[in-house]
Ligand binder design. Structure first.
Ligand code: UDX
Length: 449
């Protein structure tokens, strides 16, 4: 099938390249000329496992084309996938739909008869309905008589595993009341759904739009719940890791998204949470649980940062903090809403020396913290340890799991490990003479060895 994609942000780019890799012909449009030119040359503009090879392969096969030519993209197909950004307008959660409306209007005015507009961007519930109305208004103004279908098809990609999530989805949600549009979208996804018998679920547009928020916020709720239990565990002397082990053995609970930490970040969970709270309030509903999920997250982030300060007895000045893992989660270079950024700012402002290391997000961090003279980006994790007072592990990259205890002891002034992902075995760490703080398990001094 031929498809046109608008917006080569995270969702547009991964979807475009994955669709192209499954046999479709894809044209991707964006206004950002520099980005398009890089993609045309096979240069990746995002850090995502497996993405680069897939991009190179689809370009070589000429299955994908990148362009800044809007008219050409609209003329390319009758399936138009809108993947533009819908950033928060401000901190109140209202989504900015400027780019989305522009895309809808442009496509509507120039697309051929029976076109299908597929909204993949995360949008407030009711957006597809508004899009239909706007298109009808435009057609009335222009005396245009074109049949069209607006489909809501949310994306469930997680950064760091987006290619895998796309090619092996749990489900495909298709919001439309048109059986013609549903069949076409089902056909589009057939290469990734048919063999594995993945359900393609048809529902009304608003239900599909809500499914995206409801799914993300369920995950956010699970994390906040675990974070809250971890705080209680620490206070009463339980070990959260043991408790979780006991919980997740119950299949109804499950182990995914059950790790306590320093609060969730990223471009989706915090934004989507605020957006649904905002929209609920617009309907005069007080979303008590969603507000609590957000509050627990804000509090967990604050708690973790103040814990770091209290572990150095509020004497941060001139202490050296080796910080491993800057991105909001492993396998991405994305710093959006990463707790590491709040921690680094707080420590740097208090006069601490930051020696940071990240396998991918280093260049982004260098730009973000360029105004802090006490922020040093290290080439290796080993280098960051030199004379450090504390090692703080913020994201569970696989290369952080194996610790060289001898190096920790010989490089650091006094080895204290602060682990906000509960990556390590407390017994093992402390037996090696390293003091250890982790989430929901309290502080353990290193045994003398
Ligand atoms: C999320 C959803 O998972 C995905 O389905 C949706 O399409 C987009 O939003 P993403 O933001 O990429 O994906 O990352 P996710 O893996 O959900 O992690 C979000 C945050 O929660 C990260 O900061 C992560 O560290 C944190 N987290 C995750 C925990 O604190 N504990 C966990 O058990 C899992």
């Amino acid at each position: 099938m031929k498809i046109s994609i608008y917006g080569v942000g995270y969702v547009g780019l991964v979807s475009g390249v994955c669709f192209a890799s499954t046999g479709h012909q894809v044209m991707c449009y964006d206004i950002e000329a520099e980005k398009i030119s890089m993609l045309q040359q096979g240069q990746t503009v995002l850090y995502e496992p497996d993405f680069f090879d897939l991009l190179a392969g689809t370009l070589e096969k000429k299955a994908i084309e990148f362009t800044t030519d809007l008219e050409k993209t609209i003329a390319f197909s009758d399936m138009h996938l809108i993947c533009v950004g819908t950033p928060s307008e401000d901190n109140n959660g209202k989504a900015n739909l400027t780019y989305l409306i522009q895309a809808i209007e442009n496509i509507a005015l120039h697309a051929r008869d029976h076109f299908i507009m597929i909204i993949k961007s995360t949008v407030p519930v009711g957006t597809a309905q508004k899009a239909k109305k706007r298109i009808e208004e435009l057609f009335a103004e222009q005396n245009k008589d074109t049949a069209f279908h607006v489909v809501s098809c949310p994306e469930f990609l997680a950064q760091g595993s987006a290619v895998k999530n796309f090619l092996h989805p749990d489900r495909v949600v298709v919001g439309t009341d048109s059986s013609y549009a549903f069949d076409r979208v089902k056909e589009l996804y057939a290469p990734v759904t048919q063999e594995a018998h993945v359900p393609v679920i048809q529902m009304r547009n608003s239900s599909a739009e809500l499914t995206k928020y409801a799914s993300n916020l369920f995950l956010a709720t699970k994390i906040s719940y675990m974070n809250e239990i971890s705080r209680i565990a620490e206070l009463i002397g339980a070990d959260i890791a043991e408790t979780i082990q006991g919980m997740v053995a119950d299949k109804r609970i499950g182990s995914a998204m059950s790790n306590p930490g320093c609060g969730f970040g990223g471009s989706c969970l915090p934004k989507d949470l605020k957006a649904l709270i905002y929209q609920s309030e617009m309907y005069n509903h007080n979303p008590i649980l969603l507000k609590a999920v957000l509050e627990v997250n804000v509090e967990q982030r604050r708690f973790f940062i103040s814990k770091v300060f209290s572990l150095c007895e509020f004497n941060v000045k001139d202490k050296i903090f080796a910080i491993w893992g800057l991105s909001f989660k492993p396998n991405t270079d994305d710093l959006r809403e990463a707790v590491s950024c709040d921690l680094i700012s707080a420590l740097a402002k208090a006069g601490g020396q930051i020696h940071a290391y990240d396998p991918a997000a280093g260049p982004n961090a260098k730009i973000k913290f360029q105004s802090f003279s006490n922020f040093t980006l290290c080439e290796t994790k080993e280098q960051s340890l030199k004379d450090a007072d504390f090692l703080i592990v913020m994201a569970e990259w696989s290369e952080f799991y194996n610790l060289d205890y001898n190096l920790l002891k010989s490089s650091m002034r006094y080895p204290v490990l602060i682990d906000c992902r509960n990556m390590y075995d407390p017994k093992m760490i402390t037996q090696h003479g390293v003091a250890y703080f982790s989430i929901g398990r309290g502080f353990l001094p290193g045994a003398a060895c």
